[in-house]
Write a new protein. Structure first.
Length: 287
């Protein structure tokens, strides 16, 4: 394994093929090796009877063809891109997570060939996004666009701070504008007849949030002076705002978990909603 390697999972579904194309462009921009991974199982019904070895051979040949076709698809995007292939027997999420242990990024499609075609995000993609040790790109929506800004959710959490760092790097590599979005909610007063009314100045709070966002962006503006930056502060729901801007963005970057109520969850509510509803690829940064 190489730290300068982008792992992409594919299963020959259309989302899997889209993930390969997106990952090939990403690897080309990053001067990285592309590692195509396909996990398969061969212990189908009847394989325990005579002919099991033939079934294994058929499954292995089919898996090798999938990764070979993925390599060809990657080279259609980037002809000189170094590509290595792995077709491995095992549960898909486990195989992908193991392949990505020392990678710089892992890329998955938003839905594979599982039995629940109506799901907006497949179970494998969700498990990889929740448990990978590196940033995870979920390729969905307008998968082949190279137009529009890179948008980052900048909530000030440790994962959100890492998302800002990743987003600046992505914007610089793509020659794109960066749009940083910070959402805040008015405080909710405690309920009860004996509770004092909650008093706060919304103008002052908005100014505080704008300054916090400016402070968060400042060191990365200095490091990437060539990246145009727009800072947006809103009182509206963060996930709703980010889904809205995803219709014109080429990439959304968010942390895996922010300042939500359920701090023990692996994926926060905002990142989970984006993985289901964004109209462009989503890059999940990890704290």
């Amino acid at each position: 394994m190489s730290a300068n390697e982008i792992v992409v999972a594919t299963d020959a579904s259309e989302p899997g093929r889209a993930a390969v194309r997106w990952a090939a462009r990403q690897a080309q921009r990053s001067d990285a090796v592309l590692h195509v991974v396909h996990a398969y199982e061969w212990n189908w019904q009847g394989a325990r009877f005579d002919g099991g070895e033939d079934i294994l051979a058929l499954a292995t040949n089919a898996a090798e063809k999938i990764v070979a076709d993925a390599r060809l698809a990657a080279h259609e995007i980037a002809p000189s891109l170094p590509v290595r292939r792995t077709a491995e027997i095992g549960a898909p999420a486990q195989v992908i997570l193991r392949a990505a242990e020392s990678a710089r990024m892992v890329v998955v499609g938003n839905r594979g060939r599982g039995g629940f075609a109506s799901l907006l995000l497949g179970s494998v993609g969700h498990r990889v996004a929740a448990h990978a040790a590196c940033p995870v790109a979920v390729v969905r929506g307008r998968v082949d666009t190279t137009l529009g800004p890179v948008v980052v959710g900048a909530d000030g959490s440790p994962a959100g701070a890492h998302a800002v760092e990743l987003a600046f790097g992505e914007a610089a590599a793509r020659g794109a504008e960066l749009v940083a979005v910070r959402a805040w909610s008015p405080p909710v007063p405690a309920w009860g007849d004996d509770m004092q009314p909650l008093i706060y100045d919304p103008v002052e709070r908005d100014a505080t949030e704008r300054q916090a966002l400016a402070d968060l962006l400042a060191p990365w503006r200095e490091k990437y002076p060539q990246v145009p930056v727009e800072a947006l502060v809103t009182k509206h729901n963060a996930a709703r705002v980010l889904v809205g801007v995803s219709h014109t963005a080429q990439l959304l970057v968010v942390g895996n978990r922010g300042f939500g109520v359920f701090a023990g969850t692996v994926l926060g509510s905002v990142s989970s909603q984006l993985l289901h509803h964004a109209d462009c690829p989503v890059l999940i940064a990890r704290a």
